[in-house]
Write a protein that binds this ligand. Structure first.
Ligand code: FDM
Ligand code: MG
Length: 210
């Protein structure tokens, strides 16, 4: 992946929340594991919130949602820029939350469908990307896809290849076919480490493309 982290010049060593992203194919378990993680962190007394992208609650999010549910047509470039805009409109709130000590568990972020990295330049870089790894065929066997535009085996195969290109050595790859409780335990351990590091004042950084 061309994107790397660059340390913000205004970075300081103040305690902050962690930006934790879960990525993976549809039906890989991101949504269940994100809410488990939220409960876990809250149970330990941490301030934490669950976010997801696309965030369909905004105007931009509604355009994305109507595209995904086949109610509108958009060309690929347009929709990629909308996905990116949907992250940009949340960037300052994201930074405020993190700096105020709230950890954000984010169900999908920047990495779903690579190739259009420039608009992502300057978004906050995750402190941790948890990739729930599953074969597209295995995911398709699970409770079944809904009716959304991207929820088709052939498309998910392309997405899986895309994730392979995008992911770097910093990602934590979790086998999403293990029993749920095992996955949950592994995630908890990794996440707690990350939250602790951020509490100690790891500087925030940006995504950037080259
Ligand atoms: N998706 C999601 C993208 O294509 N690009 C993005 O930047 C993001 C955040 O939106 F198929 C796709 C991934 C998925 C669809 O997401 C809806 P959810 O998590 O299934 O709601
Ligand atoms: Mg979906």
């Amino acid at each position: 992946m061309a994107a790397r982290n660059s340390i913000l010049s205004e970075s300081n060593s103040e305690s902050r929340g962690a930006l934790i992203v879960l990525e993976g194919l549809d039906r890989s378990g991101k949504t269940s594991q994100s809410s488990n993680l939220l409960k876990y962190l809250e149970g330990l007394g941490h301030s934490a919130e669950l976010w997801r992208f696309p965030d369909r609650s905004t105007d931009v999010g509604q355009m994305i949602s109507s595209y995904l549910t086949n109610k509108s047509q958009l060309d690929d470039h347009t929709v990629h820029i909308l996905f990116s805009a949907n992250r940009w409109e949340k960037r300052s709130l994201m930074e405020t939350k993190l700096k105020s000590g709230t950890t954000l568990i984010v169900d999908r972020y920047s990495f779903f469908w690579g190739g259009f990295l420039a608009p992502e330049d300057g978004l906050l870089a995750p402190d941790l990307v948890l990739y729930l790894d599953i074969q597209p065929e295995k995911a398709a066997e699970r409770a079944g896809y809904g009716g959304e535009r991207y929820e088709q085996l052939e498309f998910q195969r392309k997405v899986a290849r895309c994730y392979e290109v995008l992911r770097d050595a910093s990602w934590k790859i979790i086998d999403a076919c293990q029993p749920m409780e095992d996955i949950e335990k592994q995630l908890q351990e990794i996440v707690l480490d990350c939250v602790t590091i951020c509490q100690k004042g790891k500087p925030l950084s940006n995504l950037w493309s080259s």
